[in-house]
Design a protein around this ligand. Structure first.
Ligand SMILES: Cc1ncc(COP(=O)(O)O)c(C=O)c1O
Length: 409
């Protein structure tokens, strides 16, 4: 590959923090997790943080801690990674999918409003690609209908919307530290809670339901503990947290490298604006740029989105698709039973989107190579006026059976 879809660079500071923890004699949940929690709290300027083994665990425990369970409906988007919807099913609640804004690809507050019933207990928003949702509208809607708001901020650590940092919008905000994320712990996540009570419950549930952690008992040489409710093994290790601490300390520079790369893509791809839609840049939003998603104006192409991806691969460029709608995935299709045509913007987005390579170390030269490859594919396959909508739809259906390649969610 000339430019892979994703590349992880571990620098000296990352190695130093990991070695420090290896040498400390304490590898599981302890002071490094606490340090990571403090850094995330300081970054958001609010909230009670709990480090966890993944964002998936965070979403699961957030729902439990907010007392969402059987008989409750939770409104979310189908245009997300499956974990967002899986968490709702883990607690026995019913996922209700609302459509997205075709431009931002985030939940459309008006579509959420239309799905509210007497059984609705919560909303899970997802900040696709690192662009925060319209929280002014979503927050007002949730307050009006007394709904809990959980923000799946797997993509948006460090982003800002309408004057506030992500972490300040929901009852619980969940970050992911998965390997492709700006701040990674290899696998990991963090729940940032509005109330201490919610955070305490999440912390307890993340470690078997024990009333005291091993680290706090170790400090007091106290062997006693109680398990006060049935919990899970969702804690983060200090060894993992050490990597997160190193990367959190340079979050600003990682974010600005990503933003710079996104800006370079905008400039390089602008001449193709009649063939592709570039990511939106809404006023008053600071994006975390986890992904750079373009949308093909398929009416202007003689090839479908999937063929475009194959052609990019032939040019040596790795790309991704974010996302296959969750209800297309077979395990979820059986449960969710989404009516064909009921989420038109989600469907349309799926058949048009392509994620280009984006990571902090992506060089200006790499972006030129990617942009030239897009131009080359356009030169060969773009055409004025021919409609390939049908081809895109067929490809979208074929995609349903394909599992996600590793590292692409
Ligand atoms: C939108 C979204 N939500 C949730 C998750 C789950 O994150 P994790 O792998 O940390 O459990 C991901 C993973 O990438 C994601 O993209």
């Amino acid at each position: 590959m000339k430019v892979p879809f994703f590349k992880l660079t571990i620098d000296r500071a990352d190695r130093r923090e990991i070695t420090k923890t290896l040498d400390s004699g304490w590898l599981t949940t302890g002071p490094r997790c606490a340090e990571l929690e403090t850094l995330v709290h300081n970054q958001a300027g609010a909230g009670h943080p709990v480090a966890l083994s993944s964002a998936t665990a965070g979403l699961h425990l957030a729902l439990l801690a907010l007392d969402v369970g059987p008989g409750d409906e939770v409104i979310t988007t189908g245009f997300t990674f499956s974990a967002t919807v899986a968490a709702i099913l883990y607690v026995g609640a019913t996922p209700v999918l609302a459509d997205i804004d075709p431009e931002t690809l985030n939940l459309d507050p008006e579509c959420v409003r239309q799905k509210i019933t007497g059984k609705t207990k919560a909303v899970i928003s997802v900040d696709i690609a690192g662009l925060p949702c319209d929280y002014r509208a979503l927050g007002a809607l949730c307050r009006k209908h007394k709904l809990k708001l959980i923000c799946d901020a797997a993509h948006s650590l460090g982003a800002e919307a309408q004057g506030k940092t992500v972490g300040n919008f929901g009852d619980v905000t969940v970050f992911s530290f998965y390997s492709t994320k700006t701040v990674t712990t290899a696998e990991g996540g963090l729940a940032l809670c509005r109330s201490r009570k919610t955070a305490d419950r999440i912390r307890r549930l993340s470690l078997h339901g024990m009333d005291r952690t091993t680290f706090s008992r170790d400090k007091k040489s106290d062997w006693r503990y109680d398990v006060t409710e049935l919990g899970f093994k969702y804690n983060l290790s200090d060894l993992s947290a050490a990597l997160g601490v190193a990367r959190m300390k340079r979050l600003d520079s990682l974010l600005s490298s990503r933003a710079q790369a996104a800006g370079r893509y905008d400039l390089a791809l602008e001449p193709l604006a009649d063939l592709i839609d570039l990511p939106p840049r809404p006023y008053q939003f600071f994006q975390a740029w986890h992904l750079y998603i373009i949308k093909l104006k398929t009416k202007r192409w003689r090839i479908s989105r999937d063929t475009f991806i194959s052609e990019m691969k032939r040019q040596g460029i790795g790309t991704g698709v974010h996302y296959i709608p969750v209800y297309h995935l077979s395990a979820f299709a059986r449960i969710l039973k989404v009516k064909p045509g009921s989420l038109p913007h989600t469907e349309r987005a799926f058949s048009h989107v392509v994620s280009l390579p984006l990571y902090p170390e992506l060089k200006a030269a790499d972006i030129k190579i990617v942009a030239s490859a897009v131009s080359e594919v356009a030169r060969r396959f773009a055409s004025a006026g021919q409609d390939t909508e049908q081809g895109a739809k067929e490809d979208a259906l074929k995609m349903v059976d394909k599992p996600l390649p590793p590292g692409q969610h």
